[in-house]
Design a protein around this ligand. Sequence first.
Ligand code: FPP
Length: 252
Amino acid sequence: MSGLSDHSIKNLPQHLAIIMDGNGRWAKKKGFLRSIGHKNGVDALRNIATASAELGIKYLTVYAFSTENWSRPQSEVKALMTLLVSSLKKELKTLMKNNIRLSAIGDISLLPTKCRRELLEVMETTKRNQRMTLSLALSYSSRVEMVQCMKKIGQKLIEGEIKISDIDEAHIENNLFTFGMPDPDLLIRTGGEQRVSNYLLWQIAYCELYFSDKLWPEFDKEDLIHALQDYNNRERRFGKTSEQLHEEETNG
Ligand code: FPP
């Protein structure tokens, strides 16, 4: 009962976030270069994005390159940027065929010009696709995102555009990279580590966490379905009691 036709997943996350960890270890295990691990990571991403769209997930946000990743060996950074350009070129077909819109969060001004140009072009070409939004977190750090948000709000305060009393949660959300997206309902991290690594820290306040020991290139549709089934069995209380939730359900 692991096929996509399995309808036991009643409550799908509207927004799924993923930390795709383990490319390097997968490559090492196989005796390959780390860059081969990342290349296989792209294959896994294509499979998971397609399966997510088919299942009915509306937003998929994946951690492709963190701000901290800029300090990896320059050869690896270069290989990742080259892979990004070639993948964007190659995957446009898949995105169009599956009606997926590509988006990006992070400080994309730091990407090499060629990457930025290719990314913006694919974002433009796919902007009317409606089945799912796939967001690549690129040069992304949640703390940097929050600092930028505070600066934007501070500037508006200085310029008298807003008052202190205008600042509420919605106002902050409107100034994050994820503006306009619902918060993630489920965060999956592969690769066996159990941490959130500066990813979507504001947005995951009530998110369910799921950790898989599989290395990212090995994570497939069946693993995704297991994670979704696990999510489906959780009770999300958002600070309320179980009884309150059942009462709300009964009263419609
Ligand atoms: C973590 O594995 C993964 C990354 C830092 C990059 C993830 C990128 C992809 C799946 C490819 C798509 C993205 C681009 C930019 C083309 P790791 O290298 O930290 O693995 P390790 O923990 O085993 O060393």
